[in-house]
Write a new protein. Structure first.
Length: 329
C-alpha cells in the first residue's frame, strides 16, 4: 500500500483520516488519544509489513528515547477497537504488523483535474490582480517565519496551561528549526508539566550537553532536570543540578539567581538524610540578595514570581529556608 500522510483509510467498520486523525465507526466519531492516532496512521501506511518498535517510536515521538511500555499501551488501546479481530500481529523480537483488510479510500493528492484547473485559474487571477494593482501592494501574510510563529503559539498555549497544544506547536517549530535552544527548553518544560519525564529529560539533557552552550540556557536546562529529579525523590541529583544551574547564571540575572538559591535551600530541607551531594561538598554557592526593591527589575521580578501557570514560584523566605541558605555559605 502506497504511503500517504493525507489519506483516509477504511478497515472493518471504521474510517480513519490520517491528516485530521479522525476515527469514525459508521457516522459516529470515536475518541482516540493523539499518540494512539499517530501509531494507527503509521500502521495503516505500512499495512501487511512488519515494522519494528523503534521505527514506530521514531515516527510517533520523533526520537527513540521512549520506554517500550508506552508503545505497548498504545498498541493495546488500538486492539480494543476490535478485540475479536487480530488486527495487529506481534512478531517477537521483530515488531508489529497491521494485517486486516485495509483500503485507502481518498487522498488530497488525487483531487479531480477540474478542481486542480480551477485552483490554478484562481491563483493566476490573484497574481494578475496583484500585478495590476502594484500601486497598493498587499501586506506580508506573516512577519515571522513558521518556526518562530509556532514557538510563539506554543508560549500562548503554555500560558493557558494547554500543554498538549503547546507540545504540538513546539514539535512543529523544532521540525522547522531543530537547533532552536529556546524551543528545546520550552519543550522540556511542557513535557515536565505533562508528566512525560523521560522525554523532558531527553530535551533538557540535550541542552546541558551542548558545547558550547549559553550559560543561561544551561542554567534553565539544569533547573528543569533538578525539578524532574526532585519529583522522583532523587534529591542528591536534584541538588547537584540546582547548584550547577545557580553557578552558571550571569551576575546580571539577579532575579533568576534568587529563584535558584531558594530552590537549593528547599532541596536541602527536603533531604531525608544528611547531604551527600559531591557538588555541594566541593563548592560554595555565592549568596545573592534580591534586587533593589525600588528598581524596575525588582518590580518585574516580583510579577514573574507571583503564583501562576508560568511563574517561577518563588516562596517567601521562611526561617527554615534562611537556615538552609546559611548552610550554603
Amino acid at each position: 500500500m502506497r504511503r500517504n500522510d493525507m489519506a483516509e483509510y477504511r478497515f472493518l467498520s471504521y474510517r480513519f483520516d490520517c491528516q485530521t486523525h479522525t476515527l469514525k465507526q459508521g457516522k459516529q466519531p470515536l475518541e482516540l488519544r493523539p499518540k494512539a492516532a499517530k501509531v494507527l496512521c503509521y500502521l495503516l501506511q505500512n499495512a501487511n509489513t512488519v515494522v519494528t518498535k523503534q521505527e514506530i517510536i521514531n515516527a510517533v515521538w520523533g526520537h527513540t528515547q521512549v520506554q517500550d511500555h508506552r508503545l505497548f499501551q498504545l498498541i493495546s488501546e488500538l486492539r480494543k477497537l476490535a478485540p475479536d479481530q487480530d488486527m495487529i500481529r506481534t512478531f517477537p523480537n521483530q515488531g508489529y504488523c497491521w494485517q486486516v483488510k485495509t483500503t485507502m479510500i481518498s487522498s488530497s493528492s488525487s483531487r479531480p483535474l477540474i478542481a486542480i484547473a480551477a485552483s490554478v485559474t484562481l491563483i493566476l487571477g490573484a497574481v494578475t490582480t496583484a500585478f495590476l494593482g502594484n500601486l497598493n501592494p498587499p501586506a506580508a501574510t506573516s512577519a515571522m517565519l513558521p518556526a518562530l510563529s509556532a514557538y510563539h503559539k506554543a508560549i500562548v498555549a503554555f500560558e493557558q496551561q494547554d500543554y498538549a497544544h503547546a507540545q504540538q506547536w513546539l514539535t512543529f517549530s523544532l521540525q522547522e528549526n531543530p537547533d532552536s535552544v529556546e524551543a528545546q527548553l520550552l519543550m522540556a518544560e511542557t513535557l515536565l508539566q505533562l508528566d512525560e519525564t523521560a522525554q523532558a529529560q531527553h530535551y533538557a539533557s540535550q541542552v546541558v550537553q551542548q558545547s558550547p552552550v549559553n550559560s543561561y540556557y544551561f542554567s534553565q536546562a539544569a533547573d528543569v532536570l533538578s525539578r524532574l529529579y526532585a519529583s522522583q525523590a532523587r534529591f542528591t541529583e536534584a541538588l547537584d543540578f540546582a547548584i550547577q544551574g545557580q553557578q552558571a547564571i550571569d551576575e546580571q540575572a539577579i532575579c533568576s539567581a534568587v529563584v535558584m538559591q531558594q530552590r537549593i535551600a528547599d532541596l536541602i530541607l527536603a533531604q531525608p538524610a544528611p547531604l551527600h551531594s559531591p557538588t555541594l561538598q566541593n563548592t560554595s554557592v555565592q549568596l545573592i540578595t534580591t534586587p533593589d526593591t525600588h528598581s524596575k527589575q525588582a518590580t518585574l521580578c516580583k510579577q514573574l514570581t507571583q503564583p501562576g501557570p508560568t511563574s517561577m514560584r518563588l516562596c517567601p523566605a521562611s526561617h527554615d529556608v534562611q537556615v538552609a541558605r546559611e548552610k550554603l555559605a
